[in-house]
Ligand binder design. Structure first.
Ligand code: PRP
Length: 214
């Protein structure tokens, strides 16, 4: 009999990974070592269940899954949309809930209504472009930033931003508001397209057990 293959999970580092591990524990999948904050190890193995886990930067998770370096990934819907990688999105894990929004000063609302040529700062140029070009049919100048995007309208770099809003406190503390909502976001489980066929029993069983505890 051939040996059972390891199923490999790529988890986006940070809060999402911790919540994913909490969820896995509820269905009896444990990996103590990965919780150790001191460790510099990158890959963790549960020999008994034939599972491997690794932590990656969020935007890299869909890449590992598309190429089959990971069978399964857990990452935010924002990253899935932005990266546009090939993978099956199989489950909404329900945590990490937030919204992708167009935000700015209240005074920018008119610029959106009248379809003016505006500047949009964002960490998510693909999502921003799709929204303005294909949904709103508004020509805009998209400026890619790598963080603290709320600075854009404050320092005069852009008219509005496209960014994640969770509690809304970053916007509030910087005098900005949500002007339009693009889509709701949350953590999703994605699966490599070949793994979904080759390991369908194990993966579907896992999805089924996760659904029961969600
Ligand atoms: C995210 C996002 C907003 C903030 C929203 O930034 O880009 O800035 O969180 O959260 P809130 O609505 O609860 O205030 P993150 O903390 O990931 O850092 P970044 O600005 O460097 O991207």
């Amino acid at each position: 009999m051939s040996e059972e293959k390891y199923l490999t999970f790529a988890l986006g580092k940070g809060r999402l990974a911790n919540k994913t591990l909490d969820l896995c524990e509820k269905i009896g999948i444990t990996c103590e070592e990965i919780r150790d904050k001191e460790t510099r190890k990158l890959i963790f193995v549960n020999e008994e269940l034939k599972l491997k886990f690794f932590l990656a930067k969020g935007p890299d998770v869909p890449t590992y899954v598309e190429y089959g370096a990971a069978d399964i990934g857990v990452v935010g819907k924002d990253t899935i949309l932005e990266e546009g990688r090939r993978a099956y999105e199989v489950l909404d894990l329900g945590f990490g809930k937030c919204r992708m929004c167009v935000c700015g000063p209240e005074s920018a609302r008119d610029l959106l209504l009248h379809h003016e040529m505006i500047r949009v700062a964002t960490k998510y140029p693909v999502i921003a472009k799709d929204y303005f070009y294909n949904v709103k049919h508004q020509t805009v100048d998209i400026i890619k930033l790598n963080g603290s995007v709320e600075l854009g309208p404050i320092v005069g770099l852009s008219d509005v931003i496209v960014d994640i809003v969770e509690t809304g406190s970053t916007l509030k503390e910087n005098g900005l508001v949500v002007l339009e909502e693009i889509c709701p976001l949350s953590a999703r489980m994605i699966v490599n397209q070949v793994s979904m066929q080759m390991e369908s029993k194990r993966i579907n069983d896992l999805i089924g057990r996760l659904k029961e505890v969600l």
